[in-house]
Design a protein around this ligand. Structure first.
Ligand SMILES: NC(=O)c1ccc[n+]([C@@H]2O[C@H](COP(=O)([O-])OP(=O)(O)OC[C@H]3O[C@@H](n4cnc5c(N)ncnc54)[C@H](O)[C@@H]3O)[C@@H](O)[C@H]2O)c1
Length: 347
C-alpha cells in the first residue's frame, strides 16, 4: 500500500491500493473515535460499492447509516445539503461521529461541506471513486456546493481525517468520465513532473490501467506538495489552474453542455501551449491528450473565448493571472493586463 501524508492544518494520510475499499472499516477504526458512520453517496456509486463499504464498516463495529442522492452536478446544491443536515439530525449524529464521502467529486464536495458545517464541524473520510476525485478533489480540503449564480460559490476549507483510494473502483467508470480525469492527470505532468508526463504519454486510455496506481500516487503527491505550500489558495496553489483559464471559458461558451471539465482543460492546455511552447512540446502534449480521447482545440473562435476568460476567480480587477508551462514539468504564474492578454491570444 502507498501512503502519502498531508501536513495541512490537519495532518492526515492518503492510502492508495487496489482493493482497499474492503479495508475501509479497519482504516476508519484507526483514524476516528466515531461510533456511527454516515455514508453519503449517489445512486450510481451506491449500487456499485455501497454494500462493500457498509459491510467493511459494520465488520469493525460501526453503526452505519446511509444517505443516497441522485448522481450528477445538479445535486451539489443547497436542497441536497439541507436533506443531508435533516438526515444527520434525524439520526442523532454527534460531533464525534463521522461522515463517509463515497463517490466522485460531487459527493466529496457536498459531504465535506456538510462535515465542515454540521455541529460546527465533524470528522469525514473521503473514499473517491472517480479518477478526478482520486487525483484532485479528494485532496486539499476544498469543499463546496453550487448556487444558481455559479459553481462552488459556497464552501469551506475542511481536511478529511483520511482518504481511502482504491484504483480498482475506476474499472466501472464510463470511458468518457475516465478521460475527463486524465485531463487533470496530464496537467500534473505538465506543471510539475516530466517523468509522470513521460509515463502517461507512453500509454493510452486502453493501456494505462497497468500503471494507474503509480500514476495516481504521483498526482496526489504533487497536489499534496502544492496544498502544503498554499493550503488556503492565496498563491502557489494557482499553478493547479493550468489550462483552466481557457478551459473555464470553453465550458462557459458551450453552456457546460458540450465539453466536460477535463475536456475543456485539455483543450485549454493545448491552446496555451501553442502560444508559449516550442512546437515539439506542443505536439507531444497534443499527442498525449489525443491518446486519452480528449480534444486539443474547440471550434469556437478565440475572440469569443477570450472575454470569458475574465469570468473566473483568477481575474483581479483588470489584471489576469494565468499559468504557462514553457517546458514540460514546470509551471509559471503570469500576470497581464486583461486587454494585453486579449491582444496576445488573438494575435
Ligand atoms: N474540491 C476540489 O478541490 C475539487 C477539484 C476538482 C473538482 N471538484 C468538483 O468535483 C466535481 C466533479 O467530480 P467528478 O468528475 O468526480 O463528478 P461526479 O461526482 O459527478 O462523478 C461523475 C459520474 O460518475 C459516477 N461514478 C462515480 N464513481 C463511479 C464509479 N466508480 N463507477 C461508475 N460510475 C461512477 C457518478 O455517479 C457520476 O454520475 C465538480 O462538482 C467539481 O466542482 C472539486
Amino acid at each position: 500500500m502507498k501512503t502519502i501524508t498531508v501536513h495541512a492544518s490537519q495532518t492526515y494520510d492518503i492510502f492508495i491500493e487496489n482493493g482497499l475499499l474492503d479495508a475501509c472499516g479497519t482504516i476508519l477504526k484507526q483514524t476516528t473515535k466515531a461510533q456511527k458512520a454516515a455514508i453519503i453517496t449517489d445512486d450510481t456509486v451506491e449500487a456499485l460499492y455501497g454494500a462493500r463499504v457498509r459491510a467493511s464498516l459494520e465488520k469493525e463495529g460501526f453503526e452505519v447509516i446511509q444517505f443516497v442522492f441522485p448522481h450528477g452536478e445538479l445535486s451539489k446544491c443547497s436542497a441536497t445539503l439541507n436533506q443531508i443536515y435533516d438526515f444527520l439530525c434525524e439520526n442523532s449524529m454527534t460531533r464525534t461521529d463521522c461522515l463517509v464521502a463515497l463517490g466522485g467529486g460531487v459527493v466529496g464536495d457536498i459531504t465535506g461541506f456538510a462535515a465542515a458545517t454540521f455541529l460546527r464541524g465533524m470528522d469525514f473520510v473521503q473514499i473517491p471513486t472517480t479518477l478526478l476525485a482520486q487525483v484532485d478533489s479528494s485532496v486539499g480540503g476544498k469543499t463546496a456546493i453550487d448556487l444558481p449564480g455559479g459553481k462552488n460559490l459556497v464552501g469551506a476549507f475542511k481536511q478529511p481525517v483520511c482518504v481511502i483510494c482504491d484504483p480498482r473502483t475506476l474499472d466501472t467508470l464510463p470511458p468518457e468520465i475516465f478521460s475527463d480525469g486524465m485531463g487533470e492527470v496530464i496537467k500534473y505532468g505538465m506543471i510539475r513532473d516530466a517523468a509522470l508526463f513521460d509515463l502517461v504519454a507512453a500509454h493510452t486510455q486502453e493501456s494505462i490501467s497497468a500503471v494507474l496506481e503509480e500514476v495516481i500516487a504521483a498526482c496526489i503527491a504533487i497536489k499534496r506538495d502544492v496544498v502544503e505550500a498554499d493550503e488556503f489558495d492565496t498563491g502557489e496553489r494557482m499553478i493547479l489552474n493550468y489550462g483552466h483559464t481557457l478551459g473555464h471559458a470553453i465550458e462557459s461558451y458551450y453552456h457546460y453542455e458540450t465539453y466536460s471539465h477535463g475536456s475543456a482543460v485539455a483543450a485549454g492546455m493545448c491552446m496555451m501551449a501553442a502560444k508559449t511552447c516550442d512546437p515539439e512540446v506542443t505536439e507531444r502534449l497534443k499527442k498525449c491528450v489525443k491518446a486519452y480521447n480528449l480534444p486539443t482545440e474547440v471550434p469556437a473562435d478565440i475572440r469569443a473565448l477570450v472575454p470569458l476568460c475574465g469570468k473566473d476567480k483568477k481575474r483581479a480587477a483588470s489584471q489576469l493571472r494565468f499559468i504557462v508551462c514553457r517546458v514540460i514539468g514546470r509551471a509559471e504564474i503570469h500576470t497581464m493586463p486583461f486587454d494585453s492578454f486579449s491582444l496576445w491570444m488573438e494575435a
